[in-house]
Design a protein around this ligand. Structure first.
Ligand SMILES: Nc1ncnc2c1ncn2[C@@H]1O[C@H](COP(=O)(O)OP(=O)(O)O)[C@@H](O)[C@H]1O
Ligand SMILES: [Mg+2]
Length: 363
């Protein structure tokens, strides 16, 4: 029953019950005073009867009203008390307090709203904690990845200064290693700066209508020759024809280079092959990059888009890389309103699917 209905009922009962009590008192007293003892009605016992009737009536009105008001108050105040206790707990930071939300009155509606608010706050708090955790993880990752090449460069430079590298060949080897480490550092700083700029979102994009088919052909032609020399087969199948999409050319270039570099880096067969396919589906251009490489374990698969995440085996194998590649890819794709999916089976291969909205739908 709603509070309004309860109030209406109690005001009706506040009239009906005292009136009924009055009649019950009148009849019972009449019987007790006059009929049972077989007394005549005279002034004296009539006076007594009136006084007793008045006292009993006042008492019954007080009793009935008090009981009704108490019952009404309890039905309103107890849920409010529970709500207020929950608010206090929440104020102290406990977002797990369950508030009873059954019932159909106004307070239950308030309790439901309150519980919804608690749920949202809890979700936000958890999200914040995850974000903080990721941030800590990221800062630790940056620290580690910057320190590693610097430490090694310092070692080789010290070696040169101290004259450890005695022959010209050895000195050249040292210098080449230092140069390679500097390149590694350069790439990492590049990735870090792109990664942080991507936080700006769309604002950082230079969008124009570009031919995705041409962009892919260009990237693949550039990579193909070099890869063929290392025995890696790279093929491109275009079943979409000319595919125009609104995009930032250099950022998309980065997307496919990062995905392809992974397919190249995480190979395991002598006969390694990478296939790129361009098609269209649901107003989107769809690019599938598949390889027959080492694949990704189930648990790792859900984490590959996290900044600095690298599967343990990738870390150990010294393949190089910061674990930022796919987070950058995902960020860029999302800034383009696209989607990215990754499927993989260990020792079988990996398939990355990228979807990007077409200019004005399918042509
Ligand atoms: N094609 C692939 N085959 C196997 N593993 C992959 C592939 N692409 C990504 N991975 C896994 O996902 C991880 C994250 O990839 P990425 O963000 O590009 O970082 P990085 O290449 O610097 O390690 C890699 O360390 C690797 O374990
Ligand atoms: Mg990578």
């Amino acid at each position: 029953m709603t509070i309004k209905q309860r109030l209406a009922l109690s005001s009706v009962l506040l009239i009906i019950l005292p009136v009924s009590a009055f009649f019950v008192i009148e009849i019972s007293l009449g019987y007790l005073f006059f009929i049972a003892p077989g007394m005549d009605i005279n002034e004296e016992n009539m006076g007594q009867f009136t006084t007793v009737r008045f006292v009993l009536f006042v008492l019954s009105v007080i009793l009935i009203n008090t009981m009704l008001i108490l019952m009404l108050a309890r039905s309103i105040i107890s849920p409010l008390d529970r709500l207020s206790a929950a608010t206090k707990e929440m104020g102290e930071g406990n977002l797990d307090v369950k508030v009873e939300t059954g019932g159909r009155d106004e307070i239950s509606a308030l309790a439901r709203e309150f519980d919804e608010m608690r749920r949202r706050l809890k979700m936000e708090k958890e999200l914040n904690e995850t974000y903080e955790e990721e941030k800590r993880h990221m800062i630790a990752g940056i620290g580690h990845d910057l320190r590693t090449p610097v430490t090694s460069m310092k070692g080789y430079v010290d070696g040169l200064i101290d004259g450890v590298a005695k022959t010209p060949e050895k000195r050249e080897k040292y210098l080449k290693t230092i140069a390679a480490k500097a390149d590694e550092l350069d790439t990492l700083i590049d990735e870090l700066s792109l990664f942080s700029r991507l936080d700006e979102g769309r604002a950082g994009l230079l969008t124009e209508n570009i031919g995705l088919d041409q962009l892919l052909s260009h990237i693949i032609d550039e990579m193909k020759l070099e890869l063929e020399e290392s025995g890696i087969e790279l093929s491109f199948e275009n079943i979409a024809g000319e595919t125009i999409i609104p995009a930032d050319r250099s950022k998309l270039f980065r997307v496919f280079v990062n995905i392809l570099n992974n397919s190249i880096k995480y190979r395991m067969h002598e006969k390694h092959s990478i296939r790129v396919q361009l098609s269209t589906a649901d107003d989107h251009a769809r690019v599938i990059v598949s390889d027959n490489g080492k694949g990704i374990g189930r648990e790792a698969l859900s984490k590959v888009f996290q900044p600095f995440y690298r599967e343990d085996s990738s870390r150990n194998k010294n393949t190089g890389g910061s674990g930022l590649g796919l987070s950058i890819v995902k960020s860029i794709i999302e800034n383009h309103d696209g989607y990215i999916d990754i499927e993989s089976e260990p020792e079988r291969g990996t398939e990355v699917t990228v979807g990007l909205p077409l200019s004005g739908g399918i042509k």
